[in-house]
Design a protein around this ligand. Structure first.
Ligand SMILES: Cc1cc2nc3c(=O)[nH]c(=O)nc-3n(C[C@H](O)[C@H](O)[C@H](O)COP(=O)(O)OP(=O)(O)OC[C@H]3O[C@@H](n4cnc5c(N)ncnc54)[C@H](O)[C@@H]3O)c2cc1C
Length: 273
C-alpha cells in the first residue's frame, strides 16, 4: 500500500502541464484529485516517476453557460457539480450523478476531468456524459485543440482516444433542462462503483459496467421509439453488451440488472409507460 518513489511537480497553467508531459514522456502522469491515480499507485498498478500536479491551475474549475451548452472545466470537482444550482437547472442528470460518486471526501477532491480521463466503465460520470451527449475538450502541447463526443472518447477499459501529449481542458454539455432523465446504479456496497448503472436523458439510454466502455442501449431506444412499453424495451437492454463476471456479479446477473434498472429509468424519465 506504499507507492513507489515519485517526483511531484506543480504547474500553474495548461501550457506548463503540457510542456511537462512532453518533457517527462511515459514517466509522467497528470495529478488532479488523485482519487483514482493514487490508489493505483499504492497498489503499484501505476508507477509514474513524475506526477504533474494540475490541481492549482486557475480558471479550470468553473461551470458556465455557453449558448446551448454548459461549459464545465476539467478541474471541476464532483461536489461542485452536485451543489451547483446552474447544473441542477440546465443538466440535472450531471449534478445528480456527481452526487452519487463515492463519499463526501471523494467528491470534495475528485474532478470530472480525472474521472473521464481514467475511463473506468464502472464509473458514474462517463456513463452520464455519454447519456448527455457531452463533448470532451482536449488540448495538446502544439496548441492544437479538439473536441470529441463522449460517445467516441472511450475506447476500452481505462483507455480513450486521448493522446499522451494531450490533456482534457473542458467539457461541453447540452443544456437538457426539463427533458426527462433518470439514473440508477446498483452497488454491492454503499458508496461504491456501479455493478451496473443505467442513465437516461432526452431518450438516450446508456449502460455502465456492461462492457469495457459506457454503451448506448440502441435496441432499447429503438423499442421505445416504436411504441414499446418500458418493460418490453428493457428486455432488449443486454443486446450488444459484453458484461464481465467478477466478485461483484456474474455476467448473467449483470444482464438481469441491466433489464431491471433500464425499466426503472425509462419509467422515471417518462418514456415507454
Ligand atoms: C474510496 C473511493 C470511492 C470512489 N467511488 C467512486 C464511485 O462510486 N463512482 C465513481 O465514478 N468513482 C469513484 N471513485 C473515483 C473518483 O470519482 C475519482 O475522483 C475520479 O475517478 C478521478 O478523479 P481525480 O480528479 O481524483 O483524478 P486523478 O486520480 O488525479 O487522475 C485519474 C487519471 O486521470 C488523469 N487525469 C486527471 N486529470 C486529467 C486531465 N485534466 N486531463 C487528462 N488526464 C487527466 C490522471 O493522469 C490519471 O491517469 C472513488 C474513489 C475512491 C478513492
Amino acid at each position: 500500500m506504499i507507492p513507489a518513489p515519485f517526483r511531484h511537480i506543480t504547474v500553474e497553467t495548461v501550457e506548463e502541464a503540457l510542456a511537462a508531459l512532453v518533457e517527462f514522456g511515459d514517466e509522467a502522469r497528470l495529478l488532479a484529485g488523485g482519487h483514482s491515480l493514487l490508489p493505483l499507485m499504492k497498489l503499484r498498478l501505476a508507477t509514474p516517476a513524475v506526477l504533474i500536479d494540475i490541481s492549482g491551475i486557475s480558471g479550470m474549475d468553473t461551470v458556465q453557460v455557453d449558448g446551448d451548452h454548459l461549459l464545465v472545466g476539467a478541474l471541476t470537482r464532483h461536489r461542485t457539480l452536485e451543489l451547483s444550482d446552474l447544473v441542477a437547472r440546465e443538466a440535472p442528470l450531471l449534478g445528480h450523478v456527481a452526487g452519487l460518486v463515492g463519499d463526501p471526501q471523494v467528491r470534495n477532491r475528485g474532478t470530472i476531468g480525472g474521472s473521464i480521463a481514467h475511463a473506468d466503465p464502472a464509473a458514474d460520470l462517463p456513463c452520464a456524459l455519454v447519456a448527455l451527449d457531452g463533448v470532451v475538450g482536449l488540448r495538446s502541447v502544439t496548441g492544437a485543440q479538439r473536441e470529441v463526443r463522449a460517445e467516441e472518447f472511450f475506447t476500452g477499459f481505462w483507455s480513450s482516444v486521448m493522446e499522451p501529449d494531450e490533456m482534457i481542458t473542458h467539457f461541453r454539455i447540452p443544456r437538457t433542462g426539463s427533458a426527462g432523465w433518470a439514473y440508477e446504479k446498483y452497488t454491492a456496497r454503499a458508496q461504491d462503483w456501479a455493478t451496473v448503472a443505467v442513465a437516461c436523458v432526452a431518450g438516450r439510454v446508456v449502460l455502465g459496467a456492461m462492457s469495457d466502455t459506457p454503451l448506448r442501449a440502441s435496441a432499447v431506444e429503438q423499442a421505445i421509439a416504436s411504441g414499446a412499453t418500458a418493460a418490453e424495451a428493457a428486455l432488449t437492454a443486454h443486446e450488444g453488451t459484453n458484461p464481465s463476471g467478477d466478485l461483484r456479479a456474474s455476467a448473467e446477473y449483470r444482464a438481469h440488472l441491466a433489464t431491471v434498472l433500464t425499466e426503472r429509468v425509462l419509467l422515471r424519465s417518462g418514456y415507454g409507460i
